[in-house]
Structures are given as structure tokens and as C-alpha cells.
Ligand binder design. Structure first.
Ligand code: 4GX
Length: 246
């Protein structure tokens, strides 16, 4: 997977290229990250990349020509998508991340100021994506969220086989809680089922914890079947309590 970024602040991307899992993915050539500095494509003597909005109003708008020339400075791969990061875009979800991972190249356009001239978006952008309903100072951090989340869906990037599948959202649920050594810390114990060695019971416990947590925090993620299972369980428990009382 190749990520190509059009930005006014290429040095910001050192944050994702130098470290940890993405650093290794780069050295292993599972992913590739390159930046094109939009300012270096300005033909203006002051390297101007923005101008006042037609119609008036506050702030500045990024000009078409430097963005266009930066984009056209390299050939696109055949299976690529040009993405503009903006709060107006489709909100990023796990499903969207998975579908973006199918491209060979993602070209990420990072805007600043009040945004970019609409004519650049209309002519060159394939899709607009938002990473959430809040406003950043520029598109760079949003582009890094795309790079990070899409990279881990690329084969070979995560070394522990299957772990991208096993976690939150791949099964549509929030993840069950995790524990590690020591077995007791400050009087807080690990749930005993996890020490039992009974893998079928452990799997059941984890699934139930996932469903319980999702019901508490993100009930909208539960399927009708999962909600029904929770209700059935609740009724069963109530009946057990009633039986004990008799
Ligand atoms: N998810 N930003 C884009 C420039 C801008 C301003 C106004 C269009 C209209 C963001 C987000 C985000 C900050 C990137 C403003 N573009 N990007 N930038 N939320 O907040 O992706």
C-alpha cells in the first residue's frame, strides 16, 4: 500500500514514519509513505498557496494551481483513490478502513485555512472523508489516522496473525477486558475463568463480556439476535433467583 500525501507540513509525517509498527511496515516495504510539499509547487514569487475568498469573509482559501500541480507531479497508480480530509466528508468507520485497504495507492490531500477551492475538489477528489465531528487545524492529523488505521489492515503489517480480525469492531462488538501478570495486584484479582485453562469457557466468558460492554456503552452496535440473547439471559437469571427463593 502506497500513501502519497499532499501537505504544507511534510515534517508532521515523521510522527508516523519513524515509530513502532508503522516504522517496521515501512522498512519491510509493506507500506510506502511519501509527501509532496504543496508550497514547492507554487509558481508565485512569494510561494503563495492561499488567497482571500471570492464573495468576502474571514480566512483564506487554498488555491487550485499548487494543489493541481502537486497532484500531477507523479503518475497515479491504476488502483488509487484521491481523498480530501474534511469535516464535510463521510465519517471514517471500520468498514471504510477495510474498503480503503483494497487500493494500491491512497493520495491524501491535507487542507488548511478555511479549506480548498471547491474546483479542486470537484475535478480531482474521488472521496471526502472526516475522522469525526470536530475541527482540526489542518488535515494532516486526519491523514495520519487514515495511514495508521489502513496500514494495519494490510497483510504483513501486524505480526500477530489474525489480531486485526480478533479485536474490536471486526465482530461488530467492543473488545472484552484483558489481564496479564501478576495474578493479584493491590488485592485486585484476575477473573478466575481466565486461569482455568478451559478454552471453551474462556471464549464464552469473553463473548459475554463483549456483549455486556457493548450493551452498556454502544447499544446501537448490537444486532437484534444479540439483544434477544441478552434478554433471554436476563430472564434465565431472574428465574434462577426466583427458584432459589422458593
Ligand atoms: N476530519 N480538518 C480540513 C480544512 C477545511 C476547513 C473547512 C474544509 C472546510 C478534519 C476532520 C478537519 C480541519 C481538515 C479543517 N476543509 N479532517 N481542514 N474532522 O477537521 O478530517
Amino acid at each position: 500500500m502506497k500513501f502519497r500525501i499532499l501537505t504544507l507540513f511534510p515534517e508532521m509525517f515523521d510522527a508516523v514514519t519513524g515509530t513502532s509498527i508503522l516504522g517496521r511496515a515501512l522498512s519491510n516495504q509493506h507500506i510506502e509513505v511519501s509527501c509532496d510539499d504543496i508550497r514547492s509547487f507554487s509558481k508565485d514569487k512569494h510561494h503563495k498557496v492561499d488567497d482571500a475568498p471570492f464573495g468576502g469573509g474571514a480566512g483564506m482559501v487554498m488555491k487550485v494551481e499548487p494543489l493541481r500541480d502537486a497532484l500531477n507531479s507523479k503518475p497515479k497508480m491504476p488502483n488509487s483513490s484521491v481523498i480530501y480530509l474534511t469535516p464535510k466528508g463521510q465519517t471514517l468507520t471500520h468498514e471504510k478502513v477495510v474498503s480503503l485497504a483494497k487500493y494500491d495507492e491512497l493520495i491524501l490531500v491535507c487542507g488548511h485555512y478555511e479549506g480548498v477551492d471547491q474546483r479542486f475538489i470537484d475535478r480531482y477528489v474521488d472521496e471526502e472523508i472526516s475522522i469525526g465531528d470536530y475541527v482540526l487545524t489542518g488535515g494532516e492529523l486526519a491523514a495520519m489516522v487514515i495511514i495508521d488505521s489502513v496500514s494495519r489492515m494490510v497483510n504483513g503489517v501486524l505480526n500477530n496473525e489474525g489480531s486485526a480480525e480478533e479485536e474490536s469492531f471486526s465482530n461488530g462488538l467492543l473488545e472484552y477486558p484483558h489481564y496479564t501478570r501478576p495474578q493479584s495486584v493491590d488485592g485486585d484479582e484476575v477473573p478466575s475463568v481466565l486461569l482455568s485453562g478451559n478454552h471453551a469457557e474462556i471464549e464464552k466468558w469473553r463473548y459475554r463480556e463483549s456483549v455486556k460492554l457493548t450493551a452498556e456503552r454502544r447499544p446501537e452496535l448490537l444486532t437484534d439476535a444479540q439483544k434477544q440473547a441478552l434478554k433471554d439471559n436476563f430472564i434465565k437469571k431472574k428465574k434462577r433467583v426466583e427458584k432459589r427463593r422458593l
